[in-house]
Design a protein around this ligand. Structure first.
Ligand code: BDR
Ligand code: CA
Length: 320
């Protein structure tokens, strides 16, 4: 499997890159950086450091993409991940430097040169993917699968009550990409809270694993642990991005999903980036119901994933 990861590298974004690097049969073709969690230049450094600590320095190009959302002012998540996105570990700069080619061009070139072969895990605001689509709309059909971490499944968000961070940062990009005709699988914040929290036993195991990557994991997780303790009452190891990547690399981790019609709110401030998710009506019901959406589904929405096998994958990657 050939993969691009589009990322605002901080915390779990880095673990998702590790999973891809360590998964047999997966080639990580490129890492593309989008605005989001922390300072844009720092996100580039975080991706480069992650490649280095995983022993893959110089093997995967890192392409800087769009440093700003399409229309909105930038929003970050430094209060969750620390100022550097890595729990203020202040890791040293890696020898590998970012590639000169813009992420949007790198995505278009890779996809169009290999139609039907490239999967993209989009684990950041969707600015890069929307811009790539605007520049070359044929990518929507040429990407094999687009795996999006974003939105909620009509449930409470992590950024506002109505919305999840990646969609909240760039709602216009999210709306555009969701409706562009990609083969989309959506991994929502609702799924993260249901299936993407590492069980305590797995976390204890990682804590006692004396490997550079396990130590990296624990160091980078400190700020999110503190933040989740304040918000949820106990420290949680939440993995929206790495669960999405794990499902992309091994679909047997998906235990329940539904083909849904998804759209994103861009008009309201109160419900900015709310993702409306519904199973469209059948033809007969649609006749009777004038308001409920009846159009064809545009996304497969993951509703439950295998947390234990996801945790095993994470442990295996950190032990390698
Ligand atoms: C998503 O938002 C970001 O803060 C995380 O990296 C993840 O991609 C979760 O809502
Ligand atoms: Ca992310």
């Amino acid at each position: 499997m050939r993969l691009i990861i589009d990322t605002d590298t901080a915390g779990d974004d880095a673990f998702s890159i590790l999973l891809a690097l360590k998964m047999p049969g997966v080639t990580l073709e490129a890492v593309t950086i989008c605005n989001g969690n922390v300072d844009f230049e720092q996100q580039i450094e975080n991706a480069l450091y992650t490649l280095e600590i995983a022993g893959h320095a110089g093997q995967v190009p890192v392409h800087p993409g769009c440093p700003l959302p399409l229309l909105r002012k930038p929003v970050d998540a430094t209060e969750f991940f620390g100022m550097d996105g890595m729990s203020d570990a202040n890791f040293p700069k890696s020898a590998q430097r970012p590639d000169a080619r813009h992420a949007v061009d790198a995505i278009i070139d890779l996809v169009m040169a290999n139609p039907g072969e490239i999967d993209i895990v989009a684990q950041a605001p969707l600015t890069n993917i929307a811009t790539a689509y605007a520049k070359e709309p044929r990518i929507a059909k040429a990407v094999r699968n687009l795996w999006i971490m974003g939105g909620t499944d009509n449930a409470i968000g992590n950024t506002t009550p109505a919305s999840e961070f990646n969609f909240y940062v760039d709602p216009e990009a999210a709306k555009m990409v969701i409706n562009a005709g990609f083969n989309v699988t959506l991994s929502t914040w609702t799924l993260t809270m249901k299936s993407g929290i590492l069980p305590a036993a797995a976390l204890r195991r990682i804590e006692t694993m004396d490997t550079p990557l396990a130590r990296f994991f624990m160091r980078v997780s400190q700020a999110p642990f503190n933040r989740t303790r304040i918000r949820y009452g106990s420290p949680l190891s939440t993995h929206p991005d790495s669960l999405t990547c794990a499902c992309a690399m091994d679909e047997t981790l998906i235990l329940e999903s539904a083909d849904c019609l998804v759209d994103v709110e861009t008009g309201s401030e109160l419900t900015r980036a709310y993702s409306s998710v519904c199973v469209p009506l059948g033809a007969e019901e649609a006749q009777a119901d004038k308001l409920w959406p009846a159009a064809k589904p545009n996304c497969r929405v993951i509703r439950r994933a295998d947390t234990d096998r996801f945790a095993e994958r994470m442990i295996a990657a950190l032990g390698a």
